[in-house]
Design a protein. Structure first.
Length: 292
């Protein structure tokens, strides 16, 4: 009798292992699967729209490329990164985000609705939906910037720092914006007294080797480069600040958060013969590129 029980138990364990493997595979496939339809919250209109995933991804790639005439392989690389970011977002979102929708239109998902989308973008999206960037089997938040400061920031374990001399001096690489003292005061001053000497308002800036502003002190309180970019609507996080002629002058290099893939850099690589997969592996060197 004990021997019979042992045999039955062993068989049960084998069956359980098979079922577990099937369930794990199904879960992984489900997690990585491209959804058929998604809901999208539009903050400016206060509306939630439902659309096909193809339509959503096409609109986002259109927004990211901003009418630039990117090479086909660069378009595919951008679409694949955005596809990975979208699948990642779906895998981690909660019901309390995005006003209950799957996505919110914004910097990460700059959806532009178009009745007649560019056929090249549509084709890139079709190809990109078969590509997924993953880390340890999970989709990654594939960050992108329009143009780097000349070298992207390192974001381990997904991205290493990539030197991009092609970005330096490209159209729109450097931007300058000026604000009055009152505009700066309203945007950043929260509490406490503030020095009457405006040249002392900003101090002790700390930068990464890439030129990204990590943080700077304003009225004795630290503010990150990303927060400064958001507060003043600046073009990038590679920011320098100076006070001259009664105004604060911000100089920015690049476009965006300086992380992940530079879209301008991807286009340069594509126009010099790199494939979409080669571009993706360059900028997301720590991730796996899966094909479906």
């Amino acid at each position: 009798m004990p021997k019979k029980i042992t045999i039955v138990s062993a068989a049960a364990l084998v069956l359980l292992s098979v079922i577990t493997a099937i369930l794990l595979t199904a879960t992984a496939n489900s997690r990585a699967a491209v959804p058929r339809r998604v809901s999208v919250y539009l903050p400016e209109r206060g509306e939630i729209l439902t659309m096909s995933y193809d339509e959503f991804l096409t609109g986002c790639v259109t927004g990211l490329t901003d009418g630039e005439n990117l090479a086909d392989e660069a378009l595919t690389a951008v679409a694949a990164a955005e596809n990975s970011r979208a699948i990642y977002t779906l895998s981690v979102k909660s019901g309390f985000e995005n006003m209950g929708a799957d996505f919110t239109v914004g910097a990460d998902f700059p959806f532009i609705d178009s009745e007649k989308p560019d056929e090249r973008v549509t084709n890139a999206v079709r190809t990109a939906e078969k590509l997924l960037l993953t880390l340890d089997g999970e989709p990654i938040n594939a960050q992108m910037c329009g143009m780097s400061s000349g070298r992207t920031d390192e974001c381990p374990p997904i991205s290493c720092s990539v030197a991009l001399p092609c970005d330096i001096g490209a159209e729109g690489f450097e931007s300058r914006t000026a604000f009055t003292t009152e505009e700066v005061r309203r945007a950043l001053h929260k509490s406490g007294t503030i020095s009457p000497d405006c040249s002392e308002w900003f101090a002790n800036a700390v930068y990464a080797d890439t030129g990204t502003l990590l943080y700077i002190e304003f009225n004795g309180e630290r503010i990150t480069g990303a927060a400064l970019k958001q507060a003043f609507g600046l073009r990038s996080v590679a920011i320098t600040v100076e006070y001259t002629e009664d105004k604060f002058r911000f100089t920015c290099l690049g476009l965006g958060e300086n992380k992940g893939m530079s879209i301008n850099g991807a286009d340069f690589m594509a126009k010099n013969g790199s494939t979409a997969e080669e571009i993706l592996r360059t900028f997301y060197s720590g991730a796996e590129l899966e094909r479906f």
